[in-house]
Design a protein around this ligand. Structure first.
Ligand code: ZN
Length: 101
């Protein structure tokens, strides 16, 4: 198991997980429920984390993640909330969590 990515918005983590699983990469979400009732304990430690089960798949997973998070050469949209560039595979802005219009 190797940690790939973490974000405060669990929807983004699950979106990424779905894409990776579609590519045949086995992965799991850790801290899935930690941020719910944490109140002011909601620190970085309670953010959901996406872990890759097989470290041999990590490089491929990272490549896919970067394409999604940082935007491929084609297929992206700009967030109306924070102007961040998002890959088409994301339904929510990876940075601020605002949905795509
Ligand atoms: Zn945004």
């Amino acid at each position: 198991m190797k940690k790939l990515y973490t974000h405060e918005n669990r929807m983004i983590i699950f979106n990424l997980k779905n894409v990776l699983e579609g590519e045949g990469i086995d992965c799991s979400v850790i801290n899935e429920y930690a941020s719910g009732g944490a109140g002011d304990l909601a620190t970085f430690d309670t953010w959901p984390e996406l872990w890759i089960s097989d470290e041999k798949q990590f490089d491929k997973a990272q490549e896919i993640m970067q394409k999604i998070v940082f935007g491929p050469a084609h297929g992206y949209w700009y967030c109306k909330g924070c102007q961040e560039k998002n890959g088409d595979a994301f339904e929510l802005c990876w940075k601020c969590g605002r949905p795509a219009d």
